[in-house]
Design a protein around this ligand. Sequence first.
Ligand SMILES: Cc1cc2nc3c(=O)[nH]c(=O)nc-3n(C[C@H](O)[C@H](O)[C@H](O)COP(=O)(O)OP(=O)(O)OC[C@H]3O[C@@H](n4cnc5c(N)ncnc54)[C@H](O)[C@@H]3O)c2cc1C
Length: 458
Amino acid sequence: MTPRTAEVVICGAGIAGVAAAYHLAVRRGVGDVVLVDERPPLSLTSDKSAECYRNWWPGPGDAMVALMNRSIDLLEEVARESGNAIRLNRRGYLFATADPDRVPRLVQAAREAAALGAGPVRVHAGASSDYRPAPAEGFEEQPVGVDVITEPALVRRHFPYLARDTVAVLHARRCGWFSGQQLGMYLLERARDKGVRLVEGRVERIDTTGGRVGSVTVSARDGRATISTPRFVNAAGPFLRPVGQLLGVELPVFSERHAKAAFDDSLGAVPRAAPLVIWTDPVRLPWSGDERAELAGSQAHRRLLDELPAGVHGRPEGAGESQAVLLIWTYDVEPVEPTFPLPVDPTYPEILLRGMSRAIPALAAYLPRLPRCFVDGGYYTKTRENRLLAGPLPVEGAYVLGALSGYGLMSSNGGADLLADHIAGHPLPRYAGAFSLDRYDDPAYRDLVERWGDSGQL
Ligand SMILES: Cc1cc2nc3c(=O)[nH]c(=O)nc-3n(C[C@H](O)[C@H](O)[C@H](O)COP(=O)(O)OP(=O)(O)OC[C@H]3O[C@@H](n4cnc5c(N)ncnc54)[C@H](O)[C@@H]3O)c2cc1C
């Protein structure tokens, strides 16, 4: 049965909506929260993630790093109180390069991250350094900040699986991965213990008579029902825009298609204890002479002979006997209208494996006969400058938590914590303005968005 009244109705039970329900009900004591989703919880985008986290974010300003540090603090709290049910690790992100010209830029990037609050920089320029590798499991008592290793012999000692010509690595330390599904289920269960009700149905109408939220109409299996409520949270993921339109609010977001591939690394090319490895140089895919000739004659695939952008990355996945490896490469980002099921490019796994073999050459052993790959993905729904939206909308009682882009699992707690402060009327953290919709009312900010540099997307 759909309830008739609620203090807060949240549209969307992805990680954004679930985290919002948890922070409102469990950590702010808000009663009578209703979570509405037409799909099973966490099943649209939130179970397609690579489940990584990082406090490594560019400026301008320190808002992203501050929000992410808060989000990671909250993730660590959940890990501690749940006996690490979310399997949080701290293996780090390892950015690698074979281009000597890029090395000073890595050191500079580390210094900038330190200035933004990511933690101190340690440059290891000699073979006898005190670089401390990350353990495979656990997250306690690990260094924060960044290690930059600029001595190739030291790189080889600690990361022998990287390409022989790797000249430097940057190891960002307050980073790693966790089980996003376990996180979502944990937050949802705690929220339900505090009375949050989950309604299966589609939000179809929101009454905003007099410029304020009055009720939300949901079409559910047992028919249509109207829930009287003074507050509504739009956490509709890739459907943020159409749900915003139900309030008469145009949200400045768009979506890109992103996919990941998983395969069984039966040859052990990627060590099971490896961090997330990111190749920071552009890549020319390795092809045989015959393959080159064939591609050159194909209109659709000729571009695979060109240099592809930097950023192919991958990591081992799963514990125990698992041999799975995840690979991702964002080499094709066009804004698209979200449609489901996600259309998948059949050449994607091969392109990924070829690209990642530049960083980890042992992967090239799979190229003559590709392993079976499992591809899935979803949409990065994002703002132009790739900063999420958390806060009030210009209709009284209406709020948004969305545009979580490619970092929604890691930022969900920080974003929901901020949203809950807005709703509960608590003092706001100093980074709140950087994530509220009204930042675009400021002409200077709109100007800055036009000139925005690195958006931090991997
Ligand atoms: C390939 C890939 C890799 C990624 N890797 C990472 C990573 O390593 N780390 C990380 O932190 N993040 C990662 N992400 C991003 C992360 O997965 C997303 O940011 C996050 O899942 C978005 O959560 P959401 O709750 O906003 O959206 P969703 O999970 O899509 O949830 C939105 C929900 O709203 C519901 N809904 C929409 N409209 C309505 C309506 N009218 N009525 C009822 N219900 C409605 C939908 O049914 C859906 O369940 C990745 C994403 C992809 C695609």
